[in-house]
Design a protein around this ligand. Structure first.
Ligand SMILES: NC(=O)C1=CN([C@@H]2O[C@H](COP(=O)(O)OP(=O)(O)OC[C@H]3O[C@@H](n4cnc5c(N)ncnc54)[C@H](OP(=O)(O)O)[C@@H]3O)[C@@H](O)[C@H]2O)C=CC1
Ligand SMILES: CC(C)(CO)C(=O)C(=O)O
Length: 341
């Protein structure tokens, strides 16, 4: 019998991962709100990889449910994939907890370091498992109404090593999303968070990721946030894992290089589709709540827990809250605001 998945949150990550699993033969139910549900039902979706090839996932390859409790009526013994933004975790987990039996695994494919704790609190009888998505996904809407979940950067999915994820690994491999299983996800999540400190810089700049990373002042602002986060992690005894090509402690130095040197040394960081933006840029331009508290907020809280301060990350939180959608800041202004703190 096909492995069942209930994808909670049919956004960029939910569609990319759920769509890939459906094409690999899994039984996938998307829990999707009205507008997204209607688009998926009418047109299906498509997933696109780094090679640009687009794989259609027609509507008869998956099911759609308006809520987790509707999905629970249709799906015995599923794995839940939590693909909402961090601010929606508690509500989504509570809904899933009320709908699915004790011990149902719920794999968090979210950024930040707080989602497993939120799931435990909201749904104590589910089995939360941490995962990490290293790559960027954008959602494009074709003129036909079909949604394309486009992976624009590379990297392997990571997940907590557990009997459940071990059993899933071959299916994820067949879906083109090989799972790297690790005993301790905390260093992986903190390593990813270091990279995600670029999300607010990217969102405020109004630029696509590649253009933003080609702006030395934007890179310096990111390096300043990372230096502070690395110092706080060191004080807390956290050794962030290497996620991309460079070890975490070298990244700020590489970011500060002049652009001609950076673009040679960090070529892999710049291998991004030209229009790709961070997930926070999407939220900011749509006027939705951002994950700033999950990212810079986590650094500030970790600092406070160890009797330290993280003024640059705190300044970034204020900056994001003050600058609404439709406003863009230059790299120079972002750098000045972050380093003045
Ligand atoms: N996009 C990316 O490139 C990457 C994202 N991530 C992380 O993955 C997570 C998901 O991000 P992303 O896919 O970009 O987010 P999106 O905003 O694209 O998708 C989230 C979806 O969840 C839906 N949702 C919210 N609450 C519920 C609920 N209770 N039940 C069902 N659906 C719900 C939202 O619907 P609505 O809009 O109606 O609220 C939205 O469609 C985040 O933590 C992000 O940081 C990690 C790596 C890369
Ligand atoms: C992949 C990355 C770092 C940048 O897109 C991301 O996690 C995000 O956009 O949230």
């Amino acid at each position: 019998m096909a492995q069942r998945f209930v994808v909670i949150g049919a956004g960029a990550i939910g569609c990319r991962v759920g769509g890939a699993l459906a094409t690999a033969g899994a039984d996938v139910i998307f829990v999707a709100r009205a507008g997204r549900a209607a688009d998926l039902a009418a047109h299906g979706l498509a997933i696109a990889g780094l090679d640009g090839a687009t794989v259609p996932v027609p509507p008869d390859r998956f099911r759609i449910a308006p809520t987790a409790s509707h999905a629970a009526r249709d799906a015995a013994g599923p794995i839940l994939l939590l693909c909402t933004k961090g601010g929606a975790t508690a509500a989504a987990a509570a809904e899933a907890g009320a709908a699915f039996p004790p011990g149902t695994p719920i794999l968090s494919l979210q950024n930040g370091v707080d989602n497993i704790g939120r799931i435990r609190e909201a749904a104590p009888h589910l089995l939360p498992l941490a995962a990490m998505v290293p790559f960027n996904v954008t959602l494009d809407h074709e003129a036909s109404g079909r949604i394309v979940a486009r992976q624009t950067t590379s990297g392997a999915l990571h997940a907590e090593d557990h009997a459940v994820t071990r059993a899933l690994a071959p299916l994820f491999g067949r879906a083109g999303l090989p799972l790297t299983l690790v005993a301790d996800m905390a260093p992986v999540q903190w390593g990813k968070l270091l990279l995600n400190l670029n999300n607010p810089v990217n969102a405020l700049s109004g630029l696509p990721l590649r253009d933003e990373l080609m702006d030395r002042d934007c890179r310096r602002a990111l390096a300043a946030l990372q230096d502070e986060a690395l110092a706080v992690m060191k004080a807390a005894g956290i050794r962030p894992a290497r996620i991309g090509a460079a070890p975490p402690r070298l990244i700020p130095t590489i970011l500060r290089l002049p652009t001609f040197a950076f673009s040679r040394i960090a070529a892999s960081m710049l291998t991004i589709a030209p229009t790709a933006r961070s997930s926070m840029a999407d939220d900011r331009s749509a006027g939705r709540p951002t994950e700033i508290d999950d990212l810079c907020g986590a650094v500030v809280r970790l600092a406070e827990a160890h009797g330290l301060a993280a003024p640059r990350n705190a300044a970034m939180i204020r900056l994001v809250s003050r600058h609404g959608p439709g406003t863009a800041m230059s790299g120079r202004d972002i750098l000045a605001a972050v380093t003045a703190a």
